[in-house]
Design a protein around this ligand. Structure first.
Ligand code: HEM
Ligand code: HEM
Length: 184
């Protein structure tokens, strides 16, 4: 069964664009926090928020039908697009979990989120070497997210400007069914 309106639901759209903003903000904060450690609590808090939003999003995605690809889309492109989406879901869990594991392996642990919510540590041994390794893998995983993002945005632009189909629009807020009918 597919979504009745053949577009993503409002919650999917809201979470998609919120996560885009939070991931970009967290990469900028991560770069800035090398010189300004006071930004680190924000990095942790935003990262854990991305983790929680992704869990909600995956649950919602499984429970609700999603829009089909346009019939004109060739099989290779469907496989590539879905592969990128699955890669994103895996990485949106893996990147924050690796960051969380990094701080959990450190002496001070994770501490609080948003300055007042006590947060627990992941069950990893406290070890400076492990902390360093996890930190590097966490950072390396972000490069993979950037690679996925490159293909993802290239695909979105291709659909919008070359194929001129509904794919980009159905991930935008507020598009009504009547407008979609015109385009399908
Ligand atoms: C959307 C989620 C996240 C993104 C995109 C992200 C991105 C990054 C990036 C790009 C760096 C490298 C900074 C640099 O060295 O230039 C970094 C470092 C770091 N992040 Fe994250 N991060 C996320 C979530 C988290 C979370 C949830 C935590 C902890 C609870 C965390 C803890 C850390 C730590 C401790 C470092 C320093 C690693 C080291 O010492 O080598 N991150 N993060
Ligand atoms: C870090 C940034 C981003 C992440 C993690 C991300 C993640 C995702 C994921 C996981 C999906 C699949 C939804 C599903 O079917 O379950 C999706 C769909 C989509 N995204 Fe992104 N996205 C990002 C940035 C962007 C940007 C910058 C654009 C626009 C230029 C964009 C446009 C779209 C569109 C149009 C779809 C719908 C594709 C379809 O209908 O099959 N995304 N995104």
């Amino acid at each position: 069964m597919r979504e009745a309106y053949d577009r993503y639901s409002n919650l999917s759209v809201l979470i998609h664009w919120t996560v885009v903003l939070l991931v970009v903000a967290n990469i900028v904060i991560a770069i800035a926090m090398e010189d300004n450690r006071s930004l680190f609590p924000w990095h942790k808090s935003i990262g854990v928020t991305v983790l929680l939003l992704t869990l909600i999003r995956i649950g919602w995605r499984i429970a609700h039908p999603w829009p089909r690809f346009p019939d004109s889309m060739p099989a290779w492109e469907r496989i590539f697009a879905r592969g990128t989406h699955i890669g994103f879901y895996v990485m949106l869990l893996a990147v924050p979990l690796l960051g969380w594991a990094t701080v959990s392996a450190g002496k001070r642990g994770t501490g609080e989120i948003f300055g007042f919510i006590p947060w627990f540590d992941l069950p990893v041994p406290k070890s400076p070497e492990l902390r360093e390794t996890l930190g590097s893998v966490h950072e390396g995983a972000v490069y993979f997210v950037l690679l996925l993002l490159f293909f993802h945005v290239a695909g979105a632009l291709k659909h919008q400007f070359f194929d001129e189909d509904v794919v980009f629009h159905r991930m935008l807020p507020g598009l009504r069914q009547s407008h979609m009918d015109d385009e399908i």
